[in-house]
Design a protein. Sequence first.
Length: 280
Amino acid sequence: MFARLDHLIVAVKDLKEAENNYKKLFGFTPVWKGIHKDWGTSNSLFNFENTYFELLSASGNGEGADLVNNYLAQSGEGLMGMVFATEDINSASDSLVEKGFLVEELSNGQGINNSDQHTRKWKNLFLPPELTRGIFSFVIEHLDGNLPQLKELNASSPHKLDHVVINTNDADGFIKIYRDTFNIRLALDKFIEHWQKRMLFFRLNKTTIEVIEQKDDLPSNDKMWGLAWEVKDIKKAHTRLVAEGIEVTPVQKGIKEKTLVATIKSHNHNVPTLLIQHLD
């Protein structure tokens, strides 16, 4: 059903401040600075090999501005949502209807780049609450216009998303949605003794959706938690970040064999952020 994890959305109060912080964190500039006039929002986009990263703020009036403002009021800045890409959004909508879900009509989207007035167009399919379970999530089909491709990066900059972490209180229900409804491959379902928790690992376009279960008595709900970015040389990344004034933990061995990791502790706008280098 889905071709890839299209992008991640981080809600921020001050777009310029967040953009400057993530320029330091990533070590490169955004490829797009745009506006959504009909939605009342503005964004900055950082492109990676397997996804892109969106900083989103309210800048006017509209459903998008209301969404961002409500999220900020309830949760503060942070990782608000994720978006799945499809090559045929009509087929994706039909598939969900056939499986018994009520979905909204497809909506049109448009973004305008502030620097050159270049326009991108797309269609959106917003998912019903029983599928999102608390995560702002929708399906997108890009129709016209592309983001500039990622240029060759310094080894100290993240080049791809390694994994996104989601917390859930209902792992079995999560599987029914992401594997059985969305057809995303469940690569591993395992109880991790180190953490005494059940973890799920879904694979989509060379990244992992890592799900951690913490059972409670509340209705089934999911919440996005953090991101892990892959770098080619984590020691160079650590040196660069420290020079930028970013607080980062020392490089150490990761829980996964043949990995090195470091945790970014500042400039991330409340998004828990890990850097990881695979040594294979």
